[in-house]
Structures are given as structure tokens and as C-alpha cells.
Design a protein around this ligand. Structure first.
Ligand SMILES: C[S@@+](CC[C@H](N)C(=O)[O-])C[C@H]1O[C@@H](n2cnc3c(N)ncnc32)[C@H](O)[C@@H]1O
Length: 212
């Protein structure tokens, strides 16, 4: 609604979340100063999401499911993973019995896919999880150990993308969590050709209004 500030409807974060947010903001500000006043959007996103102990995916708060910040398909229903497992089984006719999941969140999809593949007879399936967040990797391990202990020995965690993959690659709701560089085409002034400039984050000067 015109004139309405959406911020007014948001609840205040609990004190520990607020303290973590302030600590992260000051670490980002420190990095911006260190870099001479500007960092690219990719560096900003990487810190906001993955800065050890403080970033969104590294800070320990509950993120997935009804009690968290957002819900994804594998958290809603086991059918999602079961359907993907059947597709994996078809692909296994022409590749290794291996699934590589990028960004496995709470581990829900891994449990569903491995469980259904077991039911279909693919009990030798190896499952590799590429996960940047150490905290989430730990949660995934605990969940698989709890809900599908017989498969745990076939699951491995990688911190970097493998150079080559023989198997099926899965990723759900991953791309928007990846730090990216952003560029803008800026029209040239008075007959000059347009320029491409990188978008980034700088500190607002004290007293300056919000920038667009
Ligand atoms: C929005 S969550 C989605 C989680 C899960 N796939 C689901 O559907 O519930 C994004 C996930 O991607 C992971 N992630 C982000 N960037 C990544 C990258 N470059 N490589 C691997 N995982 C990444 C995050 O740590 C997190 O587990």
C-alpha cells in the first residue's frame, strides 16, 4: 500500500539474533573499510550467509521447517524425494549408482531419496553431499544417522564441487543461496557509449539518505 512501511509489520528479532546480526554487520563494515570502501555483491552475500558462527547458514539458528524461517518441498512431504529417487533409478541404467546433492539443507531430501532407492533395491547407492555450511553438514549427518542409519556409511560430505561426476546430480532451492556477482549497464552521458559496472555494497555516510 502506498505510504505503508512493510517494516512496521515485522516482529523484533530475539536479543541473541539481534546481537548476532549487529556483530555480522560490523564485521562486514570492517571488511568494506579494509577493501577501500566497497565490496562486490558476491563477497557481501558470502559473508551474510556463510561467515563462521554469524552467517545465516553458519550461525546455528533454526532455518528449515514449520518452526524455522522457511519451508521447502522436502520438508513438506516425503513424496517429493520418493519421485526423485524413481528418476534416479532410471538414470542408474546409464551411470554409476551415485547421487550428488548440492546444498542438502536439513538432510530431509537425502533421507527420502536414499530410503526410496533402498526400497527399489539400489542398496549400493553412494550419496555425496556438497555442503558449504559445516553446521548444516553436521545436522544432515545426525538426521541420516537417526532416520536411516543403515545408509550412513554410504554418505560422504564434500566441501568443494567435484571436478568430475559420474552419477545423478540433485539440487533443490540452491541457486538463490549462491554468492553471485551482479552487473548493471549504465547509459553513457552525452553520446558516450554505455558502460557495464559491477554492483556492490558500500557504507552509507553518516547523515546520508538511503541510496537507490
Ligand atoms: C535454501 S537451502 C535449500 C536446502 C535444501 N536443498 C532444501 O530444499 O530444503 C540452500 C542450501 O544450499 C547450501 N549452499 C549454498 N551455496 C552452496 C554452494 N556453493 N555449494 C553447496 N551448497 C551450497 C546451503 O548451505 C543450504 O544447505
Amino acid at each position: 500500500m502506498p505510504g505503508m512501511r512493510s517494516q512496521a509489520a515485522l516482529p523484533s528479532p530475539p536479543p541473541d539474533a539481534l546481537a548476532a546480526s549487529q556483530a555480522l554487520a560490523s564485521r562486514i563494515a570492517q571488511r568494506i573499510r579494509l577493501r577501500g570502501g566497497w565490496i562486490g555483491l558476491d563477497e557481501y552475500m558470502a559473508m551474510a550467509l556463510y561467515e563462521p558462527q554469524l552467517g545465516y547458514y553458519a550461525g546455528g539458528s533454526r532455518k528449515f521447517g514449520g518452526a524455522g524461517d522457511f519451508v521447502t518441498a522436502p520438508e513438506l512431504c516425503t513424496l517429493f524425494g520418493a519421485c526423485l529417487a524413481r528418476q534416479c533409478a532410471q538414470w542408474f541404467e546409464s551411470c554409476a549408482h551415485r547421487v550428488v546433492e548440492f546444498g542438502a539443507g536439513s538432510g530431509a531430501l537425502a533421507v527420502q531419496v536414499l530410503g526410496e532407492l533402498d526400497r527399489l533395491g539400489f542398496t549400493d547407492t553412494e550419496y555425496l553431499i556438497v555442503e558449504l555450511s559445516g553446521e548444516l553438514a553436521q545436522r544432515q549427518r545426525e538426521r541420516i544417522a537417526r532416520e536411516l542409519p543403515q545408509a550412513l556409511a554410504r554418505v560422504r560430505w564434500l566441501a568443494v564441487w567435484p571436478d568430475a561426476i559420474d552419477g545423478v546430480v540433485l539440487a533443490n532451492e540452491l541457486l538463490d543461496a549462491m554468492p553471485v556477482r551482479a552487473f548493471a549497464r549504465v547509459p553513457g552521458a552525452s553520446g558516450q557509449p554505455a558502460r557495464v559496472m559491477e554492483r556492490g555494497v558500500a557504507l552509507a555516510r553518516a547523515g546520508a539518505g538511503a541510496r537507490r
